[in-house]
Design a protein around this ligand. Sequence first.
Ligand SMILES: Cc1cc2nc3c(=O)[nH]c(=O)nc-3n(C[C@H](O)[C@H](O)[C@H](O)COP(=O)(O)OP(=O)(O)OC[C@H]3O[C@@H](n4cnc5c(N)ncnc54)[C@H](O)[C@@H]3O)c2cc1C
Length: 502
Amino acid sequence: MPTLIAEGERKHVIVMGAGPAGLTAAYELLKREVAVTVVEKDPKQVGGLARTVEHNGYRFDIGGHRFFSKNDEVESLWSEILGPELLNRGRLSRIYYRGRFFAYPIKAANALWNLGPLEAVLCMASYARARLQPVKNPRTLEDWVRNQFGWRLFNIFFKTYTEKVWGISTKELSADWAAQRIKSLDLWVVLRSALFPGRKPTRRGAIVTTLIDKFRYPRLGPGQMWERVAEISDSKGHPVLLGRSVARISHQNNRVRAVTTQTADGRTETHEGTHFISSIPIRELVARLDPPAPEKVRKAADSLSYRDFISVALMIDRANVFPDNWIYIHDPGVRVGRIQNFKNWSPDMVPDPAKTCLGLEYFCFEGDGLWTMPDKELIALATQELGRLGMCSSGEVFDGVVVRQQKAYPVYDDRYQDNVAVVRDYLAAALPNLHLAGRNGMHKYNNQDHSMMTALLVARNIATGSLLDPWKVNADAVYHEDVRAGERDLGGRLVPERVPAG
Ligand SMILES: Cc1cc2nc3c(=O)[nH]c(=O)nc-3n(C[C@H](O)[C@H](O)[C@H](O)COP(=O)(O)OP(=O)(O)OC[C@H]3O[C@@H](n4cnc5c(N)ncnc54)[C@H](O)[C@@H]3O)c2cc1C
């Protein structure tokens, strides 16, 4: 890395955003005795998407957060920060459809048993029909899945949930994602496992199951991890500055010089530094550059889009509602996509073991009908939907609260890679002391471990002058030096994309 600071000048890093990426960078830099200032727009808490919200003693996540990584360094870091406060948990998460629970990941034999004899026969018939008369050259997710499973199984297990999450018809989503992620159905295997359910899993099957079935979770929710890091930073004389939204990023002569923040009541502060790390959404970062970035770069950043998210937490006067950590809701008759049961993540998420706190998750776009619905109506909708699903009666719901989360998911549309590349190339050439890290910070739909790993690399580069490339961290949070940055399969987790035009 070229020397970016004058001789004798002490490094001081300004970090934008106190989510997992920003705080991991701060933690690593402070370990290496580099001065850090973290600025965060949330006025009350750190943790970003991985924060834990508290309401009258009930704690809940913005979506349940499993702590699980194939990267040993990240796993060790979590242990180092929280020690015994990080619990080992078993996972149960099933699909709920028309009053019945189905195994997740989907097991065809279990699905057929659960659907009952009539529906099972209809599903097998529709499967047979799809195999005999497949859609030729399937381009859409709908056609591909229908070819593999038949129309009826597609409708029950794929269509509703995919459309709830992404807000796009399965007719418009490309078949590629399904072809890479969904295992085809082999009728013989299904019948064999239906007839001989006690057969031992293979060794490989056992390993995969173990990885899927266990995870770690902080006793008081994911936010506990990030509150602890903020405490450590504070104890070293570098408190995280809450309630400061990045308003301007001033640069001159190919260097960012300062970040100006603004509080809700309009007070501004200017934070000068030698190096800058951004974990805030790329769209916001570029919009705040002063002087402005070239038009092409602004246009590319503005074209990045996001899916937003609402969690309605309902407190229920019952000890046990269901045993799962979370349930996928495939019923087309309700709008809720997933339901979390936080006491099954950690018993200490509720103040009273006789009560339950459920998080009903609604996927939406900022400004749409769900997003703009008043809190009272959202709580009523969630309560009504719980009743309709037969989970509990409305009389058992004694409290509720709504959390709206902007930019929960960076959207992978057919132009996003080009748009991100335009911004990346510009920043690398024009402002080499500004580093991108994290989920929206790099526009990558990845988990905490990935966000943390990118931040660790960036922090190390700043502290030691190494040249690690955070864009080479793959979806498993593993750093792959030997492949070209930006290669498609390293871009992160696969998600459904729109069918390409033409
Ligand atoms: C529903 C859901 C479920 C998930 N489940 C899991 C899971 O089970 N396991 C897992 O590992 N990961 C999970 N994730 C992913 C995980 O939350 C993210 O990977 C991680 O939080 C990203 O960290 P980050 O620091 O990059 O970004 P963020 O968490 O988004 O943090 C960015 C921070 O920047 C701040 N900010 C934004 N704009 C400004 C500004 N202008 N000025 C100042 N500050 C600003 C934000 O307030 C925020 O605190 C889930 C995510 C969602 C949405």
